[in-house]
Design a protein around this ligand. Structure first.
Ligand code: SAH
Length: 222
């Protein structure tokens, strides 16, 4: 039974990659192979397992969502990882994106503001044996000073603007990818930091994310 399930989810992942990712321009082999490998169904609530490999986001509790597989792929590909980088992720959520990053990067530091989500994500990541991941409960708009600078920073929630602490904690030559815009839709923005510390911004296209709530994001309603 377990064998049969493993085969079935492996098949579902291959199909996800071949029908949702490759035809839409995901070409980075590291991203494709990470997404063929990471068991996405283990990162969603049991009720949602049957839909884990479908082409849309899914609720993970606390009003939050696990991003659509394609969105995870395009964001990861936009980071141009080579395998050794230290990555900061803001918005751990289910921990799925964290696992995909952990497959490709050297080390992943991930910050989440909702305690129950950090608890669940840590458990799944631990059980899958990801030893190069640290998850922290705090306001990610402040970054994670202790391990800065980061070669790459990925924000998986939408922000009204690029939080300055994240730009400050990005290493020279580093890349930051973040959805920036209004309440209901954003643009995926890639910020590249040059060796002299100046930055360059590119627009990678439209997207829809839950809000980045915090000191340098959307203000929490009191
Ligand atoms: N990458 C996640 C997507 C989660 S949705 C996944 O694959 O499942 C975005 C997450 O960002 C939510 O869990 C939300 O609680 C979190 N978030 C919002 N504002 C935050 C902040 N200031 N610091 C850390 N996490 C934040």
């Amino acid at each position: 039974m377990i064998q049969k399930n493993a085969k079935r989810t492996e098949w579902a992942r291959d199909k996800m990659v071949e029908t949702q990712l490759v035809p839409r321009g995901i070409t980075d082999e590291r991203v494709l192979s990470a997404m063929r490998k990471v068991p996405r169904h283990l990162f969603v609530p049991e009720m949602q397992r049957g839909s884990a490999y479908e082409d849309h986001p899914l609720p993970i509790g606390e009003g939050q969502t696990i991003s659509q597989p394609f969105m995870v792929a395009i964001m990861t590909q936009s980071l141009r990882l080579t395998g050794e980088e230290t990555v900061l992720e803001i918005g751990t959520g289910s921990g799925y994106q964290t696992a995909v990053l952990a497959e490709i990067a050297g080390k992943v530091y991930s910050v989440e503001r909702i305690a129950s989500l950090t608890g669940t994500a840590r458990k799944v990541l631990d059980s899958l044996g990801y030893r190069n991941v640290l998850v922290r409960l705090s306001d990610g708009t402040m970054g994670w000073e202790e391990y800065a600078p980061y070669d790459r920073i990925l924000v998986t929630a939408g922000s009204p603007s690029v939080p300055q602490p994240l730009v400050d904690q990005l290493a020279p030559g580093g890349i930051l990818v973040i959805p920036v815009g209004g309440d209901f839709s954003q643009e995926l923005v890639r910020v590249t930091k040059r060796e002299d510390g100046s930055t360059d911004e590119e627009n990678l296209g439209g997207c829809v994310f839950v809000k980045l709530l915090g000191k340098h994001g959307w203000k929490e309603r009191g």
